[in-house]
Design a binder for this molecule. Sequence first.
Ligand code: FE2
Length: 374
Amino acid sequence: MALLSQPHQLSVAPPKLGGVDHLEWWVGNARTFAGFLCAAFGFAPVAYAGPETGRRDRVSYLVQQGSVRFLVSGGLSPDSAIAEHVRRHGDGIRDIAFLVEDVDAAYDAALARGATGLRPPMDDVDDHGTIRHAAIATYGDTVHTLLDRARYAGPFAPGFTETDLHAPVGAPVGITRADHVVGNVEKGALERWVGFYEHVFGFSRLQHFDDDQISTEYSALMSTVVWNGETVVMPINEPADGRRKSQIEEYLDFYRSPGVQHIALATADIVATVRALRDRGVRFMDVPADYYAEAKDRMAGIDDLPWADLEELHILVDRDPNGHLLQIFTETVTDRPTVFFEIIQREGATGFGEGNFKALFEAIERAQARRGNL
Ligand code: FE2
């Protein structure tokens, strides 16, 4: 990881992003992890690449729900870069891939503005057309692929074929899009990484939370949300001093570097989505028993909230001047206590549930204590 290592020329216009194309997981067993996303979370298998399609070193499954696309990849040999990544980090998000119109211009601009290049622009070609792509480094061992699929008409990318995964697939649960993708960085590094997204991609700051806003008896964190003004929303967290180890430090200890902490998946009906997920065995963070009495006070004046369902399903609520939101966090979905999902329904609110942070962190700390890591 080299951060803003080159002199940066901010006079060069930043890359123009067309949104997140997909998120790539590097895992120990791609078939099983993709199968979990399909069986439990209702993702549909779309495409597969592996030895049968001419890729010798890895298998990859693309699964999709709404506009959310996860590429799940596993290595096929001990010297595979994926195997090495999994050995160090456990299962995790390797790539937050951005769509761009002009890969060469985007890559050149990113490097001119201080990014570290990992893969210069190249074409992948098959009978369905061409995908041009490049990659730059971001926090930890995480990367941003920059890709243009305007000239491609196949199921995902060259080397991929349609697949049914040969595994149980649950009905969709109502996930429509990725709302935000959150990274954890080292203590003291938050401002550098916010600066990285400001410099390299021209992102702006949407919100900042100080440790006095996000703290419990034991742990604290600071968070700044950067975004491209449209659909790419990336909160970044760093641990702050608390009496005990913060949840961000636990992540950094086990992931062994900065990396993606959670992906928020949007739904228009969180009660139906969470009920379906719970029915299929997805486990969520607990909520303190006294949460709902306090929440009803906080949400006074918003009359149409289904309190009985929210309480039964442990869904959290928050409001800001623009409206309200409902959200819930899964337990970590990886073996190490690192990566989890959020399910979020926005009813006008543009925040991230900061009114829930304290309740949430106390729940996370109970889970940390059970793991002996608090
Ligand atoms: Fe979130």
